[in-house]
Design a protein around this ligand. Sequence first.
Ligand SMILES: [Zn+2]
Length: 458
Amino acid sequence: MLLSILVCGSLAASAQNTDSLFLRKIYDEALVNGQPYQNLEYLCKKIGPRLSGSANAQKAVDWTKKLMGQYGFDRVFLQEVTVPHWVRGEKEQAKIVFGKQQIAVPVVALGGSIGTEKTGLTASVIEVQGLQELKSLGENAIKGKIVFYNRPFDPRFIETGSAYGAASDQRFRGPAEAAKYGAVGVIVRSMTEILDDYPHTGATAYEEGGNKIPAAAISTKGANLLSSTLKQQKEVKFYLKQNCETLPDVLSYNVVGELKGTENPNEFITVGGHLDSWDLAEGANDDGTGVMQSVEVLRIFKALGYRPKHSIRAVMFMNEENGHKGGLKYAELAQKNNEKHLAAIESDEGGFTPRGFSFSDVKPEFLQAINKNWKPLLEPYEVDRLVKGGAGTDIEPLKASIPNITLIGFRPDSQRYFDLHHPAKDVFENVNKRELELGAASIAALIYLIDQHGLSFQ
Ligand SMILES: [Zn+2]
């Protein structure tokens, strides 16, 4: 009895030792020979903004396919995805107008918005704190006006993603809701806590058959100015001119690289980010870092000569920003091809210092077991925060189509992400090389543990 406990104990200890030695190798490879930073530089500087349907999005597809081919992954292939094609057109113009004064303010059209008349749109403004207030004011107060949604990020949230989640209904559904009450346009405070002059774009969704009205985001400083002007002046109008439009759908692609599993080749572990970005910037942190980390995970395994038991895929999803078509297609094909999937991990919260991972829809016993078994292995790398939480937009559809899959979100430090989420300053210069590499190594470490031990913890 005592002997068997000792034997089991030492077996478990030696497995832990093998794991901890291999994790060290992963981090060494990432930090000494890592390539995500130089790859990200190419994606940002040689290709640049890559909104779905654009010529640059196609360039990014071609280049990432070539890159993974050059790394010698076992299989590199494309999945056809039909995506929306929205174009911004000329630079937007906006002014606060009162008395004889006109003050220009920075705005950008929301993705999916219609344009204004060629001469622009001028109307009175009504400020609201959200959809609830819009509803309580009703058509009498709203009709013929521009609705100004100005509820800021709640700074009390520690994870900034929660503040985004609590504010973003104003952008995503605000215009469609305001149109129901006869509004002629919508201005939304940018979805960020930082106070500056950069407006942040992002998707808005009209309702099928509903009225469409032009919608734009205003910088946080512009929003504060508009709000204070509304309080101080009697007759305040807002002028908005934008000529964005939606063109016919375009054929595009998810790009997939694969290392074949030696024991269970038809059982997959997916790691991914989204290849498309908004059009205003290089899409460095959103989500160039995620796609380049995903490629790097496979590169690390290959460089270390690691032959995974399960097939491991790096997926560059297309169209996360304004349609989610790539994620939907990946899940559809996984189901159609009868693939088994252990887990899917998404990196789409920036390339910042890794902190841990969040596991979607898991039971408390799962979290207890994973913390007991794996936290000690991840602690030396400061990426041991293993919690329940969201996973990622691109992998979310797998939940409905693949039984028993575990969906996981990579969780870097969140404090700076929304400074850079969708404005013109989401550029390569705002990514830190070591943070990016540590993130790739952390994801590789988790995938190695899943590949070796599964996620059932029996
Ligand atoms: Zn993103």
